[in-house]
Design a protein around this ligand. Structure first.
Ligand SMILES: [Zn+2]
Length: 463
């Protein structure tokens, strides 16, 4: 239909027992929706409502079903609702809507247009319908039940914990700052093993009196207690009565990193050498250069793909430190931080990503429950994966700010600071700054495995 012709709109309203619903009755939603349709010059052709049914309860919503039918029949070509979360809560509902809503205009009173014909519009739709609030509400009933149980139990279930003073449940002035630093380090690209090494070498063992291991550290950092959150059977059930060592945002952001694929608890880092995976082979273009120890105990990075290029760690590693220090000491290095310092943006990206990841879990659940067909699940998964990729590109910029955290950029002091960084941090910084391409040894050096260092072999491609 041409955009100038009058749209036949369906108004859809729903009231449930959640927070928004309590504030805003179905009548008020109706009023707002009709007013919006009026402003848009749309005719309200039908009104559908569902009352007092949670969109999560799994119960059929007759109004929603009737709306889908009306769209399918072509009776309406526009939908007005109060907020996307009135329209759909479960992913399977959004998918069903996407299936029939091609060319259908969707307007919401509180969140603007939903354009389901573009990937960015679908992304907005899935985020708007699902923002963490909804995800939380999803579990809220179970949470309330669990919380009341916990409340009856009264005190927190733990007695002693690293980072807290015994019995008082107040932060320990000595160890609490270490815990903060550990989370900051994870967010800055540091590894669990680095934290383990630092704590063990400074004698800050766990409460058992034993040195930390990557497994115990991973479990510790995943404990919601550190953010002042109370957990019950592995689920967060509410705020604890004790102060958090880090903010909930920090803790949640760290969980996203800690639970990323390949970061399971206790999984050992496969990367043992500083620059494994960080160097590009100048012969075949692969970035499979990995370190290994030779018979004479020297560490050499060699291309695992073509085996045609190698370089000794004793040459390349100091080069990397100098390169990073040199770049970060430049007066304009401060500008590296500027574009990405908006913490709110970073937080928003992280929340969106976490929400989308949660959605992927939901798809799996809903597929398992038979709510989605295989094809629907695949389509939804593809869409969300595409959205996550887009977010990750944006997040890459935001992460830059993290890797430079606490470094005296633009000053000569930065060299000393860089020397103290953990290997993971150095890798993270190098990854943001530059790509290093290692050329094969020139003719004059053949047979000596580049035993003499020729800096011209290293090409620096600044990012
Ligand atoms: Zn190669």
């Amino acid at each position: 239909m041409s955009p100038s012709s009058r749209r036949k709109a369906a108004v859809y309203v729903r009231i449930s027992l959640d927070r928004t619903g309590e504030r805003l009755g179905v009548e008020r939603q109706l009023e707002d929706c009709r007013a919006l349709a009026d402003r848009l010059g749309w005719t309200v052709a039908a009104t559908y409502d569902d009352n007092d049914l949670s969109a999560y309860s799994g119960k059929i919503r007759p109004g929603f079903e009737a709306l889908l039918d009306a769209i399918k029949r072509g009776d309406v070509d526009a939908v007005v609702c109060w907020h996307p979360d009135r329209l759909y809560r479960k992913l399977s509902d959004l998918v069903r809507l996407l299936d029939v809503a091609d060319g259908v205009a969707i307007r919401t009173v509180t969140a603007g247009d939903l354009d389901l014909s573009t990937s960015s519009g679908r992304m907005m739709a899935s985020i708007l319908g699902s923002v963490s609030a909804a995800e939380v509400e999803h579990k809220s009933e179970r949470q309330r039940r669990a919380f009341s149980q916990m409340a009856q139990l009264g005190k927190p279930k733990w007695r002693r914990a690293f980072g807290y003073l015994d019995d008082t449940h107040q932060p320990d002035p000595t160890t609490a700052p270490l815990v903060c630093e550990a989370y900051a380090s994870i967010l800055a690209g540091g590894s669990i093993s680095d934290i383990v090494r630092q704590w063990n070498s400074s004698g800050h063992y766990g409460l058992t009196g034993k040195p930390w291991t990557p497994t115990t550290m991973s479990l510790f950092l995943r404990n919601p207690r550190n953010a002042g959150l109370r957990a019950h059977r592995g689920e967060i059930v509410g705020l604890g009565t004790w102060p958090g060592l880090v903010s909930e945002d920090t803790w949640r952001a760290a969980q996203t990193i800690l639970t990323a694929p390949g970061r399971g608890p206790g999984r050992k880092s496969v990367r043992r050498h500083l620059l494994t995976g960080m160097l590009t082979c100048g012969k075949c273009g692969g970035n499979q250069m990995a370190g290994k120890q030779t018979l004479d105990k020297a560490i050499v990075y060699g291309c695992k793909q073509c085996h045609g290029v190698s370089i000794r760690a004793e040459f390349i590693e100091p080069f990397v430190y100098e390169l990073i220090a040199g770049r970060l000491a430049m007066p304009d290095a401060v500008a590296l931080l500027e574009a990405e310092q908006d913490e709110a943006d970073v937080e928003m990206l992280r929340t969106q990503r976490a929400t989308l990841l949660a959605r992927l879990d939901d798809i799996a659940d809903e597929r398992a429950d038979g709510l989605l067909t295989g094809a629907q699940a695949k389509r939804a998964t593809d869409r969300i994966t595409e959205q996550i990729r887009a977010l990750e590109v944006q997040a890459h910029d935001a992460e830059k700010a993290r890797v430079f955290d606490g470094l005296p950029l633009g000053s000569d002091d930065v060299a000393a600071a860089v020397q103290c960084l953990s290997p993971d941090r150095v890798r993270a910084i190098l990854g943001v700054l530059a790509e290093l391409v290692i050329a094969p040894v020139g003719k004059g050096h053949r047979g000596t495995d580049g035993a003499r260092f020729d800096p011209k072999r290293i090409q620096v491609v600044w990012k």
